[in-house]
Design a protein around this ligand. Structure first.
Ligand code: PSU
Ligand code: MN
Length: 308
């Protein structure tokens, strides 16, 4: 591990696993602070860690606390972060500032990838990633998550992207940047709350072992960047496509009307959707994170088995 230890506070359990080449899975914290309401956010974070552990894998939730990148949060840390009204949303841009100012910060997909790579964690589970926003022609709003996938060697397991984003353009952008989007038992891009969009994928795998082979091959070729593994929400937890689309369209219209810009756009849309579905979308969101945690842990395990 080659990184500046001065800025890191790594949980002993995570440290031990990394030293022994045992599977570790990173988790982000913006999903906790800006993606879901309290107390469901903390409950989700705890149970996600537990699901990863049940697979024999060490979870490492990442956040900025006390001037350090904390890798592996305790239940108490999760509570502090989940309740905090002033935790900053930290993407690549904000990482140095929030650390230097010793503010409390929640890491996005982009900054979680950066920190995970630095300490040697190769797999990262979340719900959804950022992407190209609808109306981007006007706003130029493209999440830093996409460029991070192109340059940072951490493989991200998510449930696709929700249609708060421009999904076809998000895929085009990833293609341009050389990011491989791989369906996990699906040939089309999952649309987060629903199992399918109309967008075909270039590649898919049927098992964790198949995915692990791709990771090892990519590493052997020394190709930079992470794979984006898209895992559909379980059928029983998915929402009616038309119902959720109507609500998302209204949330996007509201965000335009409110003239939101920058980092506030995604959290606004997420909380609006939870409100308008009276919590139904939150249930689906939590269920898909649990499913991703299970699959992500299995992928990490298969990878470390291959290395043996
Ligand atoms: N999408 C979700 N839930 C989330 C996010 C996105 O369904 O919590 C969070 C993630 O942390 C992601 C970030 O990295 O929002 C993207 O924000 P932006 O669009 O500002 O880059
Ligand atoms: Mn943005």
């Amino acid at each position: 591990m080659k990184f500046n230890h001065q800025y890191f506070d790594i949980h002993p359990e995570v440290q031990a696993a990394l030293e022994q080449n045992l599977p570790v899975v990173a988790l982000e914290s913006t999903i906790i602070s800006h993606g879901m309401p309290y107390p469901q956010n903390v409950e989700m974070a705890k149970k996600t860690q537990q699901i990863i552990r049940e697979q024999g894998v060490v979870p490492a939730t990442i956040a900025i606390m006390n001037g350090k990148v904390k890798v592996g949060l305790s239940e108490e840390d999760l509570e502090i972060l989940g309740k905090s009204s002033h935790a900053r949303k930290v993407s690549r841009r904000d990482l140095a500032t929030v650390l230097a100012k010793k503010e409390i910060g929640a890491t996005t997909v982009a900054s979680t990838m950066i920190c995970a790579e630095m300490v040697g964690i190769k797999f990262f589970v979340t719900g959804g990633i950022g992407g190209v926003h609808r109306g981007y022609e006007e706003t130029l709003d493209v999440s830093a998550d996409l460029d991070e996938l192109a340059q940072t060697d951490v493989h991200v397991i998510c449930a696709g992207a929700k249609s708060i984003l421009d999904l076809p353009r998000t895929l085009e952008y990833l293609e341009t940047k050389g990011v491989s989007v791989i369906g996990y038992q699906t040939k089309v891009l999952p649309a987060f709350y629903t199992r399918e969009s109309h967008l075909p994928l270039n590649d898919f795998v049927n098992s964790p072992e198949e995915l692990a082979e791709i990771v090892v091959t990519k590493e052997n070729l020394q190709l930079k960047g992470g794979l984006l593994i898209v895992n559909p929400i379980p059928e029983k937890d998915s929402l009616d496509a038309e119902f959720i689309q109507t609500i998302i369209d209204q949330a996007v219209a509201d965000s335009f009307a409110a003239d939101l810009t920058g980092k506030d756009v995604t959290p606004f849309l997420l909380s609006r959707i939870v409100e308008q579905t009276k919590g139904e979308s939150l249930k689906a969101n939590i269920a898909l994170v649990y499913h991703n945690a299970k699959v992500g842990a299995q992928i990490a395990k298969a990878y470390y088995e291959l290395l043996k």
